[in-house]
Design a protein around this ligand. Sequence first.
Ligand code: HEC
Length: 105
Amino acid sequence: MRLPALTSLLFILIPSIAGAAQPDAEALARRLLNSQGCKACHLIEEAGASTGPNLEKVGGRLTREQLRLKLANPQKRHANGRIADFSHLPGNEIDALTLFLSNRK
Ligand code: HEC
């Protein structure tokens, strides 16, 4: 009696664990777009300002590597040197933002 119950539990749990990484990274990226002030300068998901380029379709213009370099680069500069870059963020946060932006096409 216990084994079938356990098996069905696994069928429920495994797909939800496997699918969790993507929505989590997306939620993290959305939080960062707000908390890091990106929207003070950029339009994304229909919110923000237009000091910097519109990011709605940025994934179609820039490769993932180019996007990452906009956020964290050896010069530590963003916005043509007007502000510091985001290299101080942990790697998983840079990854989440890069992935999120590269999916905007
Ligand atoms: C103070 C205003 C400002 C803030 C805050 C800001 N940016 Fe920018 N950003 C700019 C400007 C201006 C440019 C254009 C100059 C350049 O390409 O470096 C730019 C360029 C970019 C580009 C390249 C876009 C393209 O089409 O070339 C990306 C991607 C980007 N920003 C993402 C972000 C993200 C993500 C954040 C928050 C973590 C952020 N920016 C915060 C002003 C800002």
